[in-house]
Write a protein that binds this ligand. Structure first.
Ligand SMILES: *Cc1c(COP(=O)(O)O)cnc(C)c1O
Length: 456
């Protein structure tokens, strides 16, 4: 193997890449005209390619990075872990990072969650939650409960079970014949709220559809699964915490679980450590990944209540155990990166500092509202999204074939900012080590990109 020496260029690596790799979520033919960008190193919010160009990582490398690339504190923890234990089977064995991480997760997550089940990516955490919920009801003598309710425009991952409970057509439609049948309730998304209607009123009004779905189907439903407050992959659509409060009450009333998928919104993205806190609710199952390791390593966890845990706890002969595993379940390196990430939250007053950063993001994008092709600028904490439309009045979108958002992406790259619009929705979800000056740079570049991309 030839290690990337000092004289490796973007061009070299790009050529080699395109002859052997198949990239995620990509039409590979696009790379005939737009290069893949080989990254040599990262530091803080910056990524640097082999030609020396730098890119501000405004999307935290697909929403995973929290405290910057090559964070010295997390690096040191990992080096230490690497010299101690890289991995061990988690069935029949355990290790210090998994025990400590579980103790701390139980402590910082909503109060009724007492058990941590590990996997190695977000989709798998969702699969675990779905299987646990179904299996719980089966163990309780309710085998008729086999369905899940999810929200229109939701996203829960790409594996078949997770894809089935999601509802973004772009990812789901092709595979529909392969998927579980699910029930879909209206999204509490406030984008289409009526004139003069508040977010809270809008989300509350849209709850009626969920209530009706529960009324009609609760006998056959295991759980409702939602992304609290922000439907991230669903174009960063947002809603009011009141919906979660109403949903928690209804799930209790109708005897179905509430699964909170905080894979994207957890770890401070919406302003609180977990989005559920803003509704003051505790789900029955909570899925975490992405920011869990600070963006370092693939790890996920599904937290469960004691009530759920107890329904599996019995003599082996009764065959009630949860026989689910992944080879890398609870990998020590991942757990150690997660512990270092939690240390930073504990020691550096992160959520308080983020309030100022969120304010700066808001102020820095105020004028976007006046743009003739901006329908809405919306924000929950450290996530801010700008929805571009052809017609501001009617909110008629641009024809998707025009790929306007992609033009913003290409402009931003030229100007050293990594954005990755979802269709025509431009958003910022930066690492928490971003400075106010860098925020202004990021929003200025996005503004220029929007100007260019929305010209006729
Ligand atoms: C990213 C994401 C997932 C899937 O996680 P992967 O690690 O990509 O499998 C699930 N749910 C939500 C809300 C996500 O944003």
């Amino acid at each position: 193997m030839s290690p990337p020496g000092n004289n490796t260029t973007n061009h070299d690596l790009m050529q080699r890449d395109l002859s052997v790799l198949w990239h995620p979520c990509t039409q590979m033919k696009d790379h005939e005209t737009v290069p893949v960008i080989p990254i040599k190193q990262g530091k803080g919010v910056w990524l640097e390619d082999f030609d020396g160009n730098r890119y501000l990582d405004a999307i935290s490398s697909w929403w995973v990075n929290l405290f910057g690339h090559a964070n010295p504190y997390i690096n040191a923890a990992l080096v230490d872990q690497l010299s101690t234990l890289e991995h061990v089977i988690l069935a029949g064995f355990t290790h210090q990072p998994a025990v400590e991480l579980s103790e701390r997760l139980v402590q910082i997550t909503p109060p009724t969650l007492t058990r941590c089940f590990y996997a190695d990516n977000g989709s798998s955490a969702v699969e675990v939650a779905l299987k646990m919920s179904y299996h719980y009801w089966r163990n309780q003598g309710c085998p008729r409960k086999t369905k899940f309710i999810s929200l229109a425009n939701s996203y829960h991952g790409e594996t078949l079970g997770a894809l089935a409970v999601g509802n973004v057509a772009l990812y789901k439609e092709t595979y529909k014949p392969l998927l579980l049948e699910t029930l879909t309730a209206a999204s509490p998304d406030c984008y289409y709220r009526e004139h003069g209607e508040s977010w809270a009123d809008c989300s509350q009004r849209l709850f009626a559809d969920m209530r009706q779905t529960l009324e009609q189907h609760s006998e056959e439903v295991c759980a409702v699964i939602v992304e609290p407050l922000v439907q991230c992959a669903g174009n960063m659509r947002m809603y009011d915490p009141i919906y979660l409060r109403l949903l928690r009450e209804a799930c209790d009333q109708f005897n179905v679980h509430l699964i909170a998928d905080e894979i994207a919104v957890g770890f401070g993205r919406t302003g609180t450590l977990f989005a559920c806190e803003q509704a003051d609710i505790s789900p029955d199952l909570l899925c975490l990944s992405k920011g869990l390791t600070g963006g370092y390593l693939p790890l996920s966890v599904t937290l469960a209540t004691d009530n759920i845990y107890q329904a599996f706890y019995d003599d082996y002969q009764n065959l009630t155990a949860f026989l689910h595993s992944h080879s890398y379940t609870g990998n020590p390196l991942g757990c150690r990166a997660a512990l270092a990430t939690l240390d930073i939250f504990r020691d550096e007053n992160v959520l308080e500092k983020n309030k100022q950063l969120a304010r700066t993001m808001r102020e820095s994008t105020k004028h976007f509202n006046e743009h003739p092709h901006v329908a809405e600028v919306r924000q929950h904490g450290m996530i801010l999204a700008i929805e571009l439309v052809q017609d501001k009045q009617s909110r008629k979108p641009f024809p998707w074939q025009e790929r306007r958002g992609r033009k913003v992406y290409l402009h931003a790259l030229k100007k050293g900012v990594l954005l990755r619009p979802l269709g025509d929705v431009i958003y910022f979800m930066p690492p928490y080590v971003i400075t106010e000056e860098q925020i202004h740079h990021m929003t200025n570049v996005a503004w220029e990109g929007i100007q260019l991309a929305t010209q006729a």
